[in-house]
Each structure stands twice: as C-alpha cells, then as structure tokens.
Design a protein around this ligand. Structure first.
Ligand code: 13P
Length: 314
C-alpha cells in the first residue's frame, strides 16, 4: 500500500527510521518489496534522475506498481532523490510520487531557499512532500561528485530560517556522512554535536541522512578476491551511529552504495566461480536474495521491523 513520507515521519520520529533504497532495476524492487513484506516494515523506494533515464521512468514506475500487487502487504512511499527543477516537476505532475527531493544544496543559502520554496509551492498543490538539503556531502552519487575539501557541514544556526522560509517537509543534513563507496577513510564519523544542535533548532522536524551505507569490509574483500580493485579504507556509517541518530530526529536513511556493492560481489563471484555458465537469471536470483537479506537486517537495525501495521489505516 502506498503511503506518504509525511505519514511515515509523523509515526517514526524519535522512535525508528525508514530505510530508503535507491533502485534502478527489477531485481532490486523485488528484493526491497519482499524484504518489506517479510519484515512487516515500511520503506521508501526512491530513484535518482540518472536511474530514471537508465531504465526509463515509465519502466521503473511500472515495476514498482507491479511489485505493489505482487507484495500486497508492503507499505511504502515513492520518492525522487537528488532532483533539479525539471526532474522534480516532472515527477510531481506524474502523480506517481509521494515525495521529491530538490537538491539545491550546492547553491548559496538564499538561492537554495528560492529554488526550494518554488518547488514546495508546486508540490504542495498536489499533496507531494518535499525533502530539501542544507550543507554539502562529499563523495560520488551518480553524476554528482564533491571532494572532501568542498564538503560543508550543515550550520545549525541556518536550519530554522531555511525550513520556515521554504516550507519544506523534511531536511537532509550534512553531519559527517558521504556518498559512495569511497567515504571518509579516517575516524571522522557522525557529528552528533551538530546533529543535536540541529534538533534543538528544529524540534520534531524530520531529518534525512544521506550517505547511509555501511560499506561492509567483507563485501569489499569478496569483490577484490574475485577480481575487483576497490579501496579498502572506506568507512560508512556504523550500526551504533545509525541507531543513535534516530534519537536526534533522523527519520529517513538513504542507501545506494551497499546495494551496488552487493550487486558487484554477486556478479564477480558468479563469473569467477562458474565460467561455464552464461545465464543472467542465476546471478540475478542471488542478487535478489542477498539484497533482500540485507534490507531485512537494515530494517531491524533501524527499528522499523513490525511497524507496517501502524500505517494500514492511514
Ligand atoms: P550511500 O552512497 O551511502 O549509499 O548514500 C546514498 C544516498 O545518500 C542517496 O541519496
């Protein structure tokens, strides 16, 4: 059943968080919906404009609509991740999305306010919620790339003015996470002092954590043992940090890299271990099963397992 991120965040604030998986394929959508249904966990299925271009927006949404029939107990919201005006307005007018993210975080504060406010006005006419971003994450996400020196933590002193002036419904903040598999290699971690100050300025307001992947070292090692050459110093968000962030108002945790790493490991091991095979269904099935298990464990960690019932009558 489709529900809105607004409803989700009202119910989960301070208690649990909603996992938001970036999808680009049928296998991922199967895995996510199946995991959500098995765990009785609400979730967000989201896609970047690059993923929409790759698969075609109609194709991805068609698969999501099919998944909602195949997994009738799944409770989910649909979201556009990192859109510009064109992507977001297109998504709003499609009627298929319960929320959109306008990413003007690379602009000045006033330009970010101006662009976000304009989208909020359009989105709210159609009952679509808007996620905005303040602060700049480092790392690589599709066609966006920001190096560490240009990353900026969200300034707590700016958040309440930003939310008031834009009318956005949730705020993505930069508090030490980064996008992609090459995350901070040091011991930087989540900046809880900043997160705490943001929550004090925005009590009860839903915050979004981008860069939520853990970048499991076992996955990296398995990829490298089967021919990959990924760096081994990357550090994602640890389980304890993720759980702790929920207490500070983080309601949505974005995950893309971990799903990419599982895909890469599955394909590499398939080619290494069964060179005589040429059947895409074999690694495709393994990917669905492994991603499903990963999401089931993630829902547990985020505390959303068993919470689907909260949304059934909204
Ligand atoms: P990861 O790269 O850590 O998976 O983050 C994804 C993300 O934030 C998508 O917006």
């Amino acid at each position: 059943m489709l529900t809105s991120t607004t409803t989700m965040f009202k119910k989960c604030y301070g208690k649990f968080a909603i996992g938001a998986l970036n999808v680009w394929s049928m296998e991922q959508i199967h895995a996510l919906f199946s995991a959500g249904e098995k765990s009785s966990s609400p979730f967000i299925v989201q896609m970047t404009p690059v993923a929409r271009n790759y698969a075609h927006s109609e194709m991805l949404m068609g698969i999501i609509k099919a998944a909602s029939k195949i997994y009738p107990k799944a409770i989910f919201a649909t979201h556009i991740d990192h859109g510009n005006e064109q992507h977001v307005l297109d998504a709003i007018s499609s009627g298929d999305f319960t929320s959109v993210m306008i990413d003007a975080s690379h602009d000045s504060f006033s330009d970010n306010v101006y662009r976000t406010k304009a989208i909020v006005e359009e989105a709210h006419k159609k009952d679509v919620a808007v996620e905005a971003e303040l602060g700049v994450l480092s790392g690589v996400e599709d066609d966006l790339s920001v190096d560490e020196k240009n990353a900026l933590y969200t300034k707590p002193d700016e958040v309440d003015a930003f939310v008031q002036q834009t009318g956005c419904d949730s705020l993505a903040i930069a508090v030490g996470t980064s996008h992609g598999a090459y995350k901070f290699s040091g011991e930087v971690g989540l900046q809880f002092d900043i997160l705490k100050k943001i929550q004090i300025k925005l009590p009860g307001f839903p915050l979004v954590l981008h860069g939520g992947s853990e970048v499991n070292i076992n996955e990296i090692q398995r990829i490298n043992n089967s021919g990959g050459k990924l760096g081994i110093s990357a550090k994602g968000v640890g389980s304890k940090e993720l759980k702790k962030a929920i207490n500070y108002g983080v309601c949505k945790v974005n995950i893309a890299t971990d799903a990419r790493l599982i895909w890469t490991r599955v394909q590499r091991e398939f080619f290494r271990d069964t060179p005589e095979l040429f059947d895409p269904i074999v690694p495709g099935k393994t990917y669905m099963e492994d991603l499903e298990q990963f999401m089931i464990a993630k829902f547990d960690l985020l505390g959303s397992t068993g919470k689907a019932d909260l949304f059934k009558y909204n």
